[in-house]
Design a binder for this molecule. Structure first.
Ligand code: CMP
Length: 231
């Protein structure tokens, strides 16, 4: 009985596969539970599997010299990770940690490589997905170089609102916002600075904090005010 095929059909790299290929792929997957905070992939280890998220949420991160966390991205249901070391035979490029209790589908290296050799549509789709991720990384590098800290926090909130926000009469509502520490780790600053930035945005009427959510109001002015590049 196919349990995971609906999910697999929505994963960007498998969405062009026929039903029989999806069924074959499903038979190679091993489900595994990872509790919140557990380490799924460790930087510098050899890569032996690709992971697909069935439920939960994970963060991809690096550690600075002082142990500071730098979050490169987060992934949720339907996303995949762990492909880089399988493709270039280098150690894992980053750490991946569960942000919630998560169920992942594990595809062993040999199964993944066999699938790729026999399904060129997956290979092409991986190239497309890696281009999307590189574009996003380019934009993050641009923001780090061109925007000050408040601009980076503002840009992150606007991106989250535009990608996952819910439209309301008063603006876009981000229902489950990251913690202040997580925002700090995404834009390369301290939690205290993020707290000051959020307070200023709220005082100036660009956002409203609602418990675990943030309402982003007047996107255009918010963008203008904080993310016009500075010299
Ligand atoms: P791998 O290097 O095998 O293990 C860590 C994984 O994190 C990596 O494969 C990618 O799937 C993911 N990853 C690393 N860096 C980024 C990034 N900048 N953007 C998105 N995903 C990344």
């Amino acid at each position: 009985m196919p349990i995971y095929q609906d999910l697999l059909a929505k994963v960007s790299i498998f969405q062009n596969l026929r039903k029989d290929s999806l069924a074959q792929l499903e038979s190679m997957l091993v489900p595994k539970l990872y509790p919140k905070e557990s380490l799924i992939v460790s930087q510098e280890e050899a890569g032996d599997a690709l992971f697909i998220i069935h439920s939960g949420k994970v963060k991809v991160l690096l550690y600075g010299d002082t142990g500071r966390e730098i979050i490169l991205t987060t992934f949720k249901r339907g996303d995949f990770f762990g492909e880089m070391s399988l493709l270039d035979n280098q150690p894992r490029s980053a750490n991946v940690i569960a942000m919630e209790d998560s169920e992942l589908l594990v595809l062993r290296r040999e199964s993944f490589l066999t699938h790729l050799k026999t399904h060129h549509e997956t290979a092409l789709a991986i190239l497309a997905e890696m281009s999307r991720r590189l574009r996003k990384a380019d934009s993050v590098i641009g923001n780090l170089a061109l925007l000050d800290v408040y601009g980076r926090v503002a840009r992150l909130l606007l991106e989250m609102a535009q990608n996952d926000g819910e439209e309301t009469e008063d603006g876009l509502l981000i229902r489950a916002r990251p913690t202040q520490q997580e925002i700090a780790s995404m834009v390369g600053t301290s939690r205290e600075t993020v707290s000051r930035a959020l307070n200023e945005f709220q005082r100036r009427g660009f956002i409203d904090m609602h418990g675990r959510g943030i309402l982003v109001k007047s996107q255009h002015h918010f963008l203008e005010e904080y993310t016009s590049s500075r010299g």
